[in-house]
Design a binder for this molecule. Structure first.
Ligand code: HEC
Ligand code: HEC
Ligand code: HEC
Ligand code: HEC
Length: 658
């Protein structure tokens, strides 16, 4: 008897063991990915709420506060590529406003470096192709960014900007009328190199130390001597804004122990030389530096500008206007750099990009795997947040940007090159499609191909994760379940958008609702669910006004009305939509009011809304969306703009209404 039990036990372990192990190791892998990403994206800075709390413990009277930024490179805001990103003009403006609300009226300075940083592959020799811009054209979008930055700084109430020598010209030729002081010896004489301001009842002298052409400490020292002689007598505290290298700053701190602080636009670790504080900036406006000066001590902190800080609405609008301008002006859409400039396949001018669709016929398995990955929805991401015309974003979210035959903003003939398609990893595919050989495609995809896009700026921690995530893209895994696909999408900052296309009287559509809604219910707060309807329109006249459109539906007028009803309920009672749909699924042949009453909806209100004019426009939108995605049958499931293979989710739903 014992032997049988033992045998059964051993057999069970043999049968279930591998599955259990697989599940366990997959869970571990995912956890490791999550933790590594989280750790890598952390920023060393104080959350704004904590900082405000600290300020509340201090009396603003007689306690001057100085806020500073530097090397912002006209970064308008972070890209939003990962969770926990910090920075952005709208958040900076909000943080400053919140600090002012505490009663402090800070001195606000920028230490220069407001021009966009030059990308390494933007050097002139890489501009040979017609598709790429000349330096001048890049310059014009950068110019706009600088102007937008200056305008935002004016809105925030900056007191001073100390531009680098190399950017005095761009600042002097600015189009916006700034209200803040421009500091710097290049601008004019000594009196333009300092600023004295009373801040919370104390006088702060801010001295601007340029690099000029020298790195000799003696000449910095001479310069500082003459400036300090003018400033010291009139100030309670003196702070130096220095463009010099850290070692020069250290030497100056030793020589002038009475300074309160020396601020540098570069990145570095805060340090103290005697009583003089040396502080640095986080590039690209990731944080806001904050310096509190008292007679006995200085307190320096970097304030985090993560998503916990909301946007200042006026600065938000300024940025939206900028993006709108880029979206409508072809000249501003020119791409400034391209990926893979050292990969031979991409440089072969006799080859060209052809699009992922062309590969499907012969590589169905790889295509299906890819189309469920987030690479296949990378452009949808940009569309969702309205950046599909912004060149700074498309480089890594499309295929072949910057190449002669690659994706081009606004060119409808290149629409098939959206997303991170097959050819981003395997190289341009035209020759291979016509003559399939191993030699004319990149069969081995080296890590450095991934790293071209998964840079620390956009995908922190990825370098340590390549091996763990490779199975997600190398087509080696068996097909994912719907749950796995959803959970993969939820790793990023964006909520996955689910669209279920049905006809409300189509029995298979209704079955799909029964199959899927309870599942989606468990993800309520982490997904964006939309029920969509497949309707038609009769082309009675050429007129496009909505009153003249006659809508049609496969199951006739009653279906059209039920569609409208469900649209109304989705709008008026979003939390009860699933309850209504599931109730209707069981009682489709009965009167709708029974279900409405059962879940306590206002029947009269719904009936009235169904008659509204506005609903016709909504139906037009449904038609547009089904056309856009080329959707024919009910039910169809779409995640982030991509149709999900029925095999993955249909379950008992065997048929389709067409
Ligand atoms: C007409 C059919 C066909 C089309 C279309 C096609 N391929 Fe292939 N592909 C093949 C064949 C056949 C092979 C195997 C070649 C061999 O082993 O010599 C192959 C091999 C490959 C390999 C593996 C190479 C290696 O070194 O093992 C990759 C990667 C690849 N294709 C990518 C693509 C991409 C990307 C596209 C679309 C741009 C595409 N293929 C379109 C037929 C096709
Ligand atoms: C052309 C740029 C580009 C290349 C090359 C690239 N990726 Fe990506 N990758 C992206 C973008 C963009 C996203 C985010 C797409 C979205 O959700 O909008 C992404 C997303 C991912 C994700 C999902 C991230 C997550 O945690 O949700 C993984 C995993 C991934 N890439 C792995 C790879 C690997 C491995 C390689 C190399 C074999 C690679 N990628 C090459 C641009 C690229
Ligand atoms: C250098 C390449 C690169 C550029 C340029 C880039 N991205 Fe990304 N983006 C990525 C990668 C890689 C990911 C995936 C990151 C990850 O999960 O590790 C990503 C992810 C995203 C996501 C998250 C998608 C999701 O599913 O949650 C958003 C949103 C996004 N990018 C928006 C933008 C915007 C807006 C811009 C332009 C301002 C931009 N990206 C520019 C590479 C890039
Ligand atoms: C994010 C990068 C990436 C994208 C996008 C991508 N692949 Fe791959 N592909 C790989 C990697 C990695 C391998 C494995 C290469 C190796 O073994 O070194 C691979 C292997 C292949 C192979 C060789 C056979 C196999 O299955 O291992 C084919 C064929 C292929 N890919 C076709 C495609 C097609 C078709 C698409 C688009 C539908 C595509 N790939 C999109 C990264 C990618």
């Amino acid at each position: 008897m014992k032997r049988y039990i033992l045998l059964t036990l051993v057999l069970t372990v043999i049968v279930i063991g591998p599955f259990a192990y697989q599940k366990w190791s997959e869970a571990k892998r995912l956890q490791h990915i999550r933790e590594t990403k989280q750790l890598a994206s952390q920023i060393q800075a104080t959350p704004l709420t904590d900082y405000l709390h600290q300020l509340k413990q201090v009396s603003p009277d007689g306690t001057p506060l100085l806020l500073f930024t530097g090397n912002t490179h006209a970064q308008l805001e972070p890209c939003g590529c990962f969770i926990g990103q910090s920075g952005g003009l709208p958040r900076r403006a909000k943080a400053i406003a919140r600090i002012r609300e505490t009663g402090f009226s800070p001195l606000l300075v920028d230490l220069g470096g407001i021009q966009p940083s030059q990308h390494p592959s933007m050097k002139p020799h890489s501009f040979e192709s017609d598709n790429l811009s000349t330096e001048n054209e890049v310059h014009s979008r950068d110019q706009h960014r600088v102007q937008t930055t200056l305008t935002a700084m004016k809105m925030m109430g900056y007191d001073a900007l100390f531009p680098f020598d190399a950017e005095t010209e761009i600042v002097q030729n600015r189009e916006v009328d700034v209200s803040f002081t421009l500091l710097g010896s290049e601008l004019a004489n000594d009196s333009d190199s300092y600023l004295i301001k009373t801040v919370n009842e104390k006088r702060i002298g801010v001295v601007a130390l340029s690099i000029n052409d020298t790195t000799e400490i003696a000449s910095f020292s001479d310069r500082l001597n003459s400036l300090l002689s003018a400033v010291r007598a009139q100030s309670d505290f003196v702070v130096v804004l220095s463009h010099a290298l850290p070692e020069v700053n250290r030497a100056l701190a030793e020589k002038y122990p009475n300074l309160s602080a020396i601020l540098s636009p570069y990145e570095g670790e805060t340090e103290k030389v005697g009583d003089v504080l040396l502080a640095y900036c986080n590039a690209k406006g990731k944080t806001l530096g904050a310096l509190i000066l008292t007679d006995t001590e200085v307190d320096i902190q970097q304030i985090a500008l993560t998503e916990q800080v909301s946007d200042d609405l006026e600065v938000r609008k300024l940025l939206d206007d900028f993006y709108h301008q880029v979206a409508t002006d072809h000249q501003l859409q020119i791409v400034s750099h391209r990926l893979f400039s050292s990969e031979p396949f991409e440089q072969d001018e006799t080859n060209s990009y052809i699009g992922s669709q062309a590969c499907q016929e012969c590589h169905q398995k790889e295509f299906s795997q890819w189309s469920h990955s987030s690479h296949a929805t990378a452009f949808n991401t940009l569309r969702t947040i309205g950046r599909e015309h912004y060149p700074e974003c498309i480089t890594c979210h499309v295929t072949g940007s910057g190449y002669e035959s690659g994706y081009e903003i606004g060119n409808t003939e290149r629409a098939h090159l959206v997303d991170v398609g097959c050819e981003t990893c395997h190289g341009p595919g035209k020759q291979h499609v016509y003559t399939p050989l191993k030699e004319n495609t990149r069969g081995q995809v080296p890590e450095k191909v991934c790293m071209a896009c998964h840079t620390p700026e956009h995908s922190p921690g990825f370098d340590a994760l390549v091996e763990q995530v490779m199975p997600e893209v190398d087509h080696s895994r068996s097909e994912l379940s719907l749950k796995q696909i959803l959970e993969q999408r939820m790793r990023g900052p964006m909520k996955p958008e689910i669209e279920l296309f049905v006809m409300s009287y189509c029995p298979y559509g209704v079955q799909a609702e029964q199959e899927l809604l309870p599942f989606f219910e468990t993800y309520r707060d982490t997904i964006d669910f939309k029920l969509r309807f497949i309707v038609g329109r009769e082309e009675v006249s050429e007129e496009k006004t909505s009153e003249q459109v006659k809508f049609t539906s496969l199951h006739g007028e009653p279906e059209l009305i039920e569609n409208k009803r469900q649209m109304v309920i989705a709008e008026l009672y979003p939390d009860k939509l699933f309850d209504y749909l599931l109730c209707r699924a069981d009682h489709l042949q009965e009167a709708w009011v029974n279900c409405a009453k059962e879940i306590e909806l206002d029947v009269a209100r719904i009936a009235q809304a169904v008659e509204s004019e506005k609903l016709a426009l909504e139906l037009v939108k449904e038609i547009q969306r089904t056309k856009e995605l080329n959707i024919k049958g009910s039910p169809t499931l779409v995640i982030d703009g991509r149709i999900i293979d029925g095999g993955l989710w249909r379950g008992k739903v065997k048929e389709t209404c067409r």
